[in-house]
Ligand binder design. Sequence first.
Ligand code: PMP
Length: 394
Amino acid sequence: MQVSKRLKNVTVGGSDGWGVFYRSRQMKAQGIPVVELTVGEHDIATDPEILKAMHQAGLDGYVGYQDFQGLLQLRERVADRVQRTTGVLTNPDQVLIVPGGQAGLFATHNLTCDEGDTALYIEPYYTTYPGTIRSVGGVPCAIQAHAANGFQPDPADIAKVASNARSLLINSPNNPTGVIYSQETMEGIAQVCRDEDLWLISDEVYDTQVWNGTHLSPRALPDMAERTLVIGSMSKSHAMTGSRIGWVVGPEEAVGYMGDLATHTTYGVPGFIQMAAVHALDMGSEFEARIAAPFRRRRDLVMGVLKGQNVVRAIPAEGAMYAMLDIRLTGMTGEEFAMEFLEAHHVAVMPGESFGAAAGGHLRVALTVADDRLEVALRQLLAFATERAARAAE
Ligand code: PMP
């Protein structure tokens, strides 16, 4: 079969570390109960009030083709939200509605990269990043953020490789590390983008999950609105992963070009889903805080379970729905640990290596099961690590 090199390339090298995930799915299919702490998906369903609004919108006629850029009502809500949370004047023509943040990642890289152009991103990274860049013909180039720096990226490292690049993709609050970029990091990143004429693609899908410090959108920094494309999504903030609804905010002209892409790919997002999103955004920040609350509680639970020992060290998550655990004292790679732990205790966690080499020797634990089950799983993980660390020290 003859297929494009571009698509053949999308997943090249992208499956490292996913063995644990596939093995856990296989065990489940065989009827073995597995505690899955792998994927970032809530343990609650979309709120019935949002689903009722979706149903009602269908009955009200939102079932036909829609404006490719997105319904004005929803673009207005998004523009207001972005303006309120970042202070940057934003109008609905600077908003493109897309079927989820992932579609935003695709649209923004399509906008910014020609075939063969270098697109930068920070490692550890959300797993689809390099594949998304390859899918538009770009050449992914990772810049490592180091465990020793608490996984804050260093703008000087970015500057070293920026001169031939078109774009830089960042993600704060970060998946998988839980790190929120400091003001200093963000300002340094913005300076590199101005100096090297880079587009900054800012993935802010975890902007409601902030536990420590403050989330700073780089679009709010001086002269950055003209070169920043912000990706937002209702997947995490409103527990609407399956509705596939998100946005890109950027300069009006850029949004226009991405609108052309939407016309030739998705043909817009279903009207009833957009109206449900309008309803969900109107439920306000209190609702968003309610959706985020379990992850903050469970993040505290992780810190509590791991207190008073140093075999497993948690990177203190400042945001997002994951705990990143350093298990290097066991002498095992994240991949070895996760696989053996899965076989021994039927608990699935992601090896750090699946988010790039910079996260080697770590595990990412999604805080996505009830507190009591999470606590049992963590205690098992700690006992397993303690036993392995003792063996390694022999
Ligand atoms: N960016 C990051 C950092 C993510 O973790 C995810 C989902 N896990 C996405 C983007 C895409 O999410 P969605 O397409 O559901 O909005």
